[in-house]
Design a protein around this ligand. Structure first.
Ligand SMILES: C[S@@+](CC[C@H](N)C(=O)[O-])C[C@H]1O[C@@H](n2cnc3c(N)ncnc32)[C@H](O)[C@@H]1O
Length: 494
């Protein structure tokens, strides 16, 4: 393996990069018939039912962004755009879906930094790195040892599902990790990917800092809201945004935005798959999705959804996530429950609200099951909740790229009361966010709500307006919280 060189020299900077960039979060504080979307893969995934965004719906957004359209659309007349729109959408859809590959790579780097299933090396958390430095070792040393252990694991993954996934990513690059040359190439690949990852993290911190110096809190929120527009699409997720959603639902209920029992149809855009927990990269339990279960649990707890009268659709462009949810649905149809594992680092300074949410999670949809203390994670406690099959069966996964696609011809009675999109629109610029907002508007009934932790443009032509927001704090760590904005679908129909 080549010598480790980080973007900037200095141990402290590396620690800062590790703490700030990796553990950081972006959250906060036509007339022509549209081409059918890519067919949904796999059993149990909603067949078809989606169309590419029609030009008529995109036209007002193209007009509003005329001066700063992306390459390929720039400088063209509306007539030319009308002709070229369908082709651009197909190409852009393919490009967006390609970003999943880099997101997979980011997940593997998170796994390399924090995982305990393939190595005995200290985890690259600020606390453990501080201990390493005190003991006279360098952070570079730890990272190189972790990379080497991960490459060994990739060469011999046994039944470790994360190592098997990492191996498939390495093999997609034409590397055979089992040969001596392939082992070297795997280490080089991981090292380069780590450097890219840290460098990107550094640039996100700088962008936020620049916005902080130049503007007020809303300028920082706006900067955070498109922070990952160039980044790979990651699937990672954690419990905290679901706590934010519960708090927002609670406040909306108190303000009468939703009456008790009034939520029947819910969509989650980008439910996520916890490959290694977004915050701390845990790898001691099977991969899982959390948000769809969390939302059903919260709606029942708050009395906003009646039992037996709720349907939840998940929309995602990742085949991996859709297949995971479809297979959970098939297993539930055969009577099997779904177990969600909720790690909590007792030394992470969680806010008391998040801590009590962690304790009550699942009480309306399942029951606690015993779980052994995780090896190698002495300060971490895990709650495991077994979710009943009747709850799992409420979830219908569908393939959809929300930036460019929408469900096809939803009848008024099928429109959603509530759409949730957390930590997803941050991966797009304001033009693509505006397309997505129009696609979400097309899914919602008048008066229905989109909950997002991003500040979105409210174009006059798109019938979505912010009617409130909820601010939540997750921990004592700087900037660890969210503004969950309530965007309401306005009348009249468009
Ligand atoms: C970082 S995860 C967030 C998961 C979860 N919502 C949360 O807040 O923890 C982003 C999710 O959005 C999905 N996603 C990204 N871009 C998307 C798009 N254009 N359309 C649909 N899903 C998308 C990803 O595949 C992934 O499931």
């Amino acid at each position: 393996m080549r010598k480790m060189r980080f973007p900037s020299p200095g141990r402290l900077l590396i620690v800062a990069l590790i703490t700030g960039c990796i553990l950081g979060m972006p959250g906060q504080a036509s007339s022509q018939k549209a081409k059918p979307a890519k067919p949904a893969p796999g059993r149990g995934i909603q067949p078809g039912g989606t169309v590419n965004m029609p030009f008529a719906a995109a036209k007002p957004i193209l007009e509003a962004f005329a001066a700063r359209l992306p390459a390929g659309l720039q400088g063209k007349s509306m007539e030319a755009l009308a002709t070229e729109w369908a082709g651009w959408v197909s190409r852009r859809d393919a490009d967006i879906r390609k970003r999943l590959e880099q997101g997979d790579e980011d997940s593997i780097i998170n796994f390399m930094l924090f995982g305990v299933s393939f190595t005995k090396q200290p985890r690259a958390t600020p606390r453990e790195i501080a201990r390493v430095v005190e003991a006279g070792r360098t952070p570079e040393d730890v990272l190189l040892a972790r990379i080497s252990d991960l490459a060994k694991g990739i060469a011999k993954p046994d039944q470790n599902e994360r190592l098997l996934f990492a191996r498939s990513v390495v093999e997609r690059r034409g590397i055979n990790p089992t040969t001596p040359a392939g082992f070297e190439a795997t280490q080089d690949y991981l090292l380069e990917a780590t450097k890219r990852f840290l460098k990107e993290g550094d640039s996100y911190s700088r962008a936020i800092e620049a916005a902080r110096l130049a503007g007020d809190a809303s300028a920082v929120f706006a900067e955070r809201s498109t922070l990952y527009r160039e980044r790979g699409l990651s699937s990672d997720t954690s419990l905290s945004p679901d706590y934010g959603i519960e708090r927002a639902l609670e406040e909306m209920k108190a303000k009468g935005v939703f009456a008790p029992g009034s939520i029947r149809r819910v969509a989650i855009v980008g439910p996520g798959l916890d490959f290694t927990d977004k915050g701390e990269g845990y790898d001691v339990y099977p991969q899982q999705t959390i948000q769809p279960f969390a939302v059903i649990d919260s709606l029942r707890r708050l009395g906003l959804a009646k039992e037996g009268d709720l349907r939840l659709t998940t929309f995602d462009l990742s085949d991996r996530i859709n297949a995971h949810l479809a297979s959970a649905g098939s297993r539930a149809a055969a009577g099997s429950p779904y177990v969600v594992h909720l790690p909590r680092d007792m030394e992470a300074g969680w806010d008391s609200g998040l801590a009590s949410y962690w304790e009550r999670f699942g009480d309306r949809i399942g029951k606690d099951v015993p779980v052994a203390s995780p090896e190698g994670l002495s300060t971490v406690r895990i709650r495991s909740v077994q979710i009943r099959p009747d709850v799992v069966k409420l979830i219908r996964p569908a393939d959809l790229n929300v930036v460019l696609q929408r469900p096809e011809g939803l009848a008024a009675t099928e429109r959603y009361d509530l759409v949730i999109a957390t930590n997803i629109l941050v991966y797009y610029d304001v033009f693509e966010q505006s397309l997505a907002l129009s696609n979400v508007a097309a899914m919602l009934r008048p008066g229905g709500i989109l909950l997002s932790n991003n500040a979105l443009y409210e174009l006059p032509a798109t019938p979505m307006r912010s009617v409130g927001y909820t601010t939540v704090v997750y921990s004592s760590k700087a900037d660890d919280g969210d503004h969950i904005v309530w965007y309401q679908r306005q009348n009249p129909e468009r």
